[in-house]
Every structure is written in C-alpha cells, then in structure tokens.
Unconditional design. Structure first.
Lengths: 157, 488
C-alpha cells in the first residue's frame, strides 16, 4: 500500500468525522490545506495549517475562544514528536506502512497519550492525530522528518 | 486568558480586571477588530447579521460563524499588528531590536496559528509604516470584497454560502486574500517610494477584485436596499440600520477614518466587562449564602416539605439579604428557572411572604410594562453600552433617568446605577475616563446624584451584579442565558 493510498483512506475517515462533528471543521482551513498541497507549498506552511486544524478540532467550542491554543500547541508538538520517533525508529520500514499499521499503531499510541493528558474524547484525539499524520503523509515522510529535525536540532539525525 | 472580545457590536468589551498597560493593549487589539468590521463591506455584512441575530433571527448564526471563520486570521493579524505598531517602544526600536521583539512573539502559539510570519518582513521594515496603506488599509482591503452576492443570498442557507465562498475564495474570503495583498505590498515596497504606495496601487498589483474604491458605506447599502434583490433575512435588518444610521456616510477606504470606530474614539468604544470571575470571590462583610454562589431558592410552600439542607437557603430573612433568588414552587412541583414574567406576576401576592428586599431582574427593560402587577417591586437590569450611547438606548426602552449613583470598583472601572422615578435601576460598567461625562450630566442638572443606596451601598447588590456580569459564555452569548429572571 502506498503512502497515497493510506492517505486517501485517512481522508475518507476524516471526512466522516467532520460530517459527524461539523463544529470541529474549519471549512476555509481545510480548503487552504488543499490549496497548499496543490501548489506544493513549503513544509512550514503545511505544518502551520496542520496545527491550525489540530487546534480547531480540539477547540470545538462556541465562538472563537482561543484560550486553549497555548496548550494545544504543546499537545501538537508532543504528537509530532511521537510521530517523528515512530518514523525514525528501527522497527519502521517504509515499505511496511499500511493503513492498518497507521490505524492500529501510530494513531492509537498518540491518541491514548493525548487523551490521557487532556481528558479529551478519544474520538476527537484520534481525529486530530489522523489529520496531523495525514498531512505528514501528503508532505512525504522523509521530507517531513527532515523538516522536523531541522526545527529540533537537539534530535539525533 | 481572555482579556476582551468583539462580536460585531457598536462597542468592544474589555475585561475589567486589567492593569492600565494591559487595558490599553486590549483596547487597541479589540478596536482593530471593530475597525475592520465597520470599515469593510464584509465586516458590515457580518455586523448586520449579528444585529439581526440580536433581534431574534437565530437562523443567521451558522452563516455568521462561517463568515467569521473566513476573516478570523485577517482580523487577528490586524489586531496583533496594531498592538505592535501603536506601542511607541516598538516603533522607536532599531531594526535589530525589533527583530528581537518579533522573535519573542514568534514563540506565542497565536503567531503561527494566524500566520503572523507572513507579516514579519513588514513589521521589521521601518519603511512599511511610511506607506499610507499600511497598516490599516492593507487589512481592510482584504475584507473590502464585493459583498453583493452575499447580500443577495438566503442567509439561513449556510451550505450555499459556504459553497459560493469556496468557489471564489480570492473574491470572497478575506483570509485567502490577505497573503496576496501582503505579497503585492511587499513587491511595491521594493520598487516604489513608500509614500507612493496607495490603496489603488496595491489593489492593482494584487490582481484581486474589490468593491469600488470610492464606495461610501451608506450609499452602497441604500443602493443595495433599493435594488430590491436582497434576501428577506437581510432586507429587514438593513432597513432598520439605515433608519437609525446617524453617522456620516463615510468612504470605506478613507484613510482619515480607519482608526475610528463608527465615528467614535477608541476609548469611546470600549466598555468594561467581566470575562474572568471575580465578584463572587470577594470577601465582604455581609451575610453570604453558599453553595452555588449565593443562589437562594425561595420555597413557596410549608417549611416541612422542604428538604433539610435546602432550608438553610430557604428561610425568608427579616432583613435585606444580598441574594439572587430563584423560585421553586414545591407545592406544585414547578421550578421557575428560567421564570417568565407571567409566572412571577401570578405569584405576586406570595412574594410578600419574603421579608427581604426584592428586586426584579430583567433582561430587557421594555418588558417592564408586562410587570405592572408586581406590587411595586422595582426592576434591575443591565445595559452594556458606551456612555455616549446609553441615554438614547434607555430612552428607547422607556427608561428616563432621574438620578445616578457612581461607585468606584477599581482604578480603571466604576459602576453606574441609574434610577428612574419608580426606583427602577439600570446597571452599567464604565472605564474611568468616562467619569468626566458623568460629571457633565450632573452639571447640566437633568440628572442628580442619587443618595447612597441604603446603608449597604452598592455591595448590597454584589450578588446580583455577579450574576449578571460574570458571563463565562464568551462569544456574544447573552447574559440572559443565565436565567430569564432573577430577584434580589
């Protein structure tokens, strides 16, 4: 299964999630994400868009209270770190990446951690992580890992 | 922490507990949202929807939320830019020191959330602010879209409006237009003298479409109204607003008026608000009922049918108690929360059982006419408006102020109780700079200072004030969501 196929499957699941939870979906940010992807924008722009959407999902609230944004940034960084560790681990082999691996390993692992820290509904946590992971797959795992490593020079190559 | 908000009103709300420096920053920030709303065609459209919602048309809410999502980043970038550029210490910094400040701000999550990175080169370039288009007009241009297609659509159909905006994001979505405008302005800064970079040049360079640059707000809206193509949901609020629109018919892109909010100074437009709980945490020397923040039930029944733990809170007092009350008719098993005016009117005679001071809390003073049978129980209601708009609004509601009691709450904020002849009270909060206007009212002599309000002063009302001001429901939810009726 290629990255694109895994990504397409995650896309479908995210769409179902947004249909069930329209309050979590920022229509213009999703549209912007697609535009960025189509234009092959730099990874930094996609990363910012991914965080904005992550923030949106976790802040399903009335109005535009952004009081939780600082915390969400911390959670987003933690999720990215876990994903980075997975993709750079010895166990990971790119050719073995399947939707099942993603859905049964990466997403639950990060979701449990996020849900425990935030006491958020695990469904929301899973969606937020799916979206982040899917953005990474669309960027390309190798390119994203390189970007992430550059952002965090303390990480070993 | 929330320090202020703006929800398409004629004013901005600022948390009343801020220090003077925080206060100024918050006012600058929120007034930027206000300016963008009142100065752009897109913002005006949102303004009308909000007014319509306040008038009871909740069908507009999804569309307003949608529109707000499409302008949120532009509005936040504008507000944060204004915070920096109106800060004299930032503008006086050398380029290197500016870079250090920007670097510090970059660590804030909002910075990336709202794509402030796109503006960094402009914030670091001292030439930017020499261009007449920056900062105000650059952001206003993003929201200066041709809103006619929006005005013509059914505003209860958010899906259709969303589809229309997504089909033409560069024409209708301010957040998608802003990066294009920033790029255009940056290109012009590289090739032209800053003073020569006008709105028209940026518009041309960007390649975007705009409402006519010379459009005047009132003329534009009147023309729309006369064309007769408006959706019914828009026609009524537009008509109402045109009828009461007393301010000048200003040009959307007039550089002289962009920093003003509907003809007001930015301090005129700010009112204190309680966005963080504080009143109920104060230790005062009056009896305090707990738990549930001094909410007390009056049991309209024999004491033996009341649960023991409730009796603590149910005993009618022999003296005036500072308590917000709710009715619970245990005899009939009816809980009047929210109680309706009609419910209380029926119960009028029973209210006399309560020996304490009774006050009738109303969301809207206009409804006092329905409460004539309440045995003279005075009404208490809250008005959130800047000082300059207060008198007209109270007159409109049929409340003629006879006397006024001012009470300092903090260094920044004072409370105002306005009384009419019947002893009904309108409560409002104001910033200290409005005091001068209050004294002017006294000097004119139409309003006299009220005597101290009983032996307790305003603190007697602290729980009622807490109930009507400690509104945790951000984003424009009315305090009436607490309860339709409360009594002291």
């Amino acid at each position: 299964m290629t990255h694109q196929e895994v990504s397409a499957q995650l896309d479908m699941e995210l769409e179902s999630f947004f249909q069930a939870h329209p309050e979590c979906c920022h229509p213009f940010l999703m549209d912007e994400r697609q535009t960025l992807l189509d234009s092959r924008a730099d990874v930094s722009s996609l990363d910012m868009n991914a965080f904005a959407l992550f923030d949106e999902i976790l802040s399903c609230r009335m109005g535009f209270n952004r009081d939780d944004s600082q915390e969400n940034k911390t959670h987003y960084n933690a999720v990215c770190h876990q994903i980075y560790l997975f993709f750079t681990s010895d166990e990971y082999r790119e050719e073995k990446l399947t939707a099942a691996v993603v859905k049964e390993m990466v997403i639950p692992m990060a979701a449990v951690s996020l849900s425990e820290t935030t006491r958020l509904d695990p469904v929301l946590a899973c969606a937020a992580i799916s979206l982040t992971l899917n953005t990474i797959l669309k960027i390309g795992v190798r390119a994203w890992c390189e970007y992430y490593r550059n952002k965090h020079p303390e990480l070993k190559p | 922490m929330t320090t202020g908000n703006y929800v398409y009103d004629n004013f901005v709300r600022i948390d009343c507990g801020l220090s003077p420096q925080e206060l100024w920053t918050s006012i600058v920030h929120e007034t930027a949202h206000f300016t963008l709303a009142k100065q752009s065609s897109y913002g005006l459209f949102c303004f009308f929807l909000q007014q319509d919602m306040k008038a009871g048309n909740e069908e507009c809410e999804p569309v307003l939320r949608l529109l707000d999502q499409a302008v949120e980043r532009t509005s936040e970038c504008y507000a944060r830019t204004m915070e920096l550029l109106l800060d004299a210490s930032f503008t006086a910094l050398s380029p290197g020191e500016r870079a250090r400040v920007v670097e510090e701000r970059r660590a804030q999550p909002y910075w990336s959330r709202y794509r402030m990175d796109l503006l960094e080169p402009l914030l670091l370039n001292p030439d930017s602010a020499k261009a007449p288009v920056f900062p105000h007009l650059l952001f206003i241009l993003a929201a200066h879209v041709d809103t006619r297609p929006l005005f013509h659509r059914d505003v209860s159909d958010s899906a259709a409006i969303r589809a229309m905006m997504l089909q033409n994001p560069l024409g209708l979505c301010p957040d998608r237009r802003l990066p294009v405008l920033i790029q255009a302005f940056t290109r012009l800064l590289d090739t032209a003298a800053p003073a020569q970079i006008t709105c028209e040049r940026v518009m041309e360079e960007s390649g975007l479409t705009f409402l006519d640059s010379g459009s005047r707000q009132k003329t534009f809206l009147r023309k729309l109204w006369e064309e007769g193509k408006l959706s019914p949901g828009i026609r009524a609020p537009l008509e109402r607003n045109l009828a009461v629109w007393e301010w000048e018919d200003i040009c959307f892109l007039d550089p002289k008026v962009v920093s003003l909010a509907f003809g007001m100074s930015i301090t005129d437009a700010a009112i204190p608000y309680t966005l963080q709980p504080r009143f109920s945490q104060q230790v005062l020397d009056l009896p305090a009922f707990k738990p549930a923040r001094n909410v007390v039930s009056i049991m309209l029944n024999a004491a033996d049918s009341v649960l023991p733990h409730s009796q603590l809170h149910a005993a009618p007092s022999q003296w005036a108690c500072p308590a917000v009350l709710q009715f619970w008719d245990t005899w009939n098993g009816i809980r009047y929360q929210p109680a309706l005016v009609e419910d209380v009117r029926k119960l009028g005679p029973v209210l006399e059982l309560y020996q304490g001071a009774l006050y009738f809390y109303l969301d809207d003073y206009s409804s006092i006419r329905k409460t004539a049978a309440l045995n003279g129980i005075p009404a208490f209601f809250r008005v959130d408006l800047p000082w300059n708009q207060m008198e007209d609004e109270l007159c409109r509601r049929g409340f003629r102020v006879r006397s006024m009691l001012l009470q300092k709450y903090s260094e920044s904020v004072f409370f105002c109780f306005r009384f009419n002849e019947a002893g009904n009270a309108a409560f409002s909060m104001h910033f200290h700079w409005e005091l001068q206007k209050a004294f002017q009212d006294f000097c004119v002599g139409n309003i006299v200072p009220a005597a101290s309000y009983g032996s307790f002063g305003w603190k007697r009302f602290r729980d009622l004030i807490a109930a009507v001001t400690e509104d945790q429901n951000y984003a424009g939810l009315s305090y009436s969501d607490f309860c339709a009726l409360r009594l002291l």
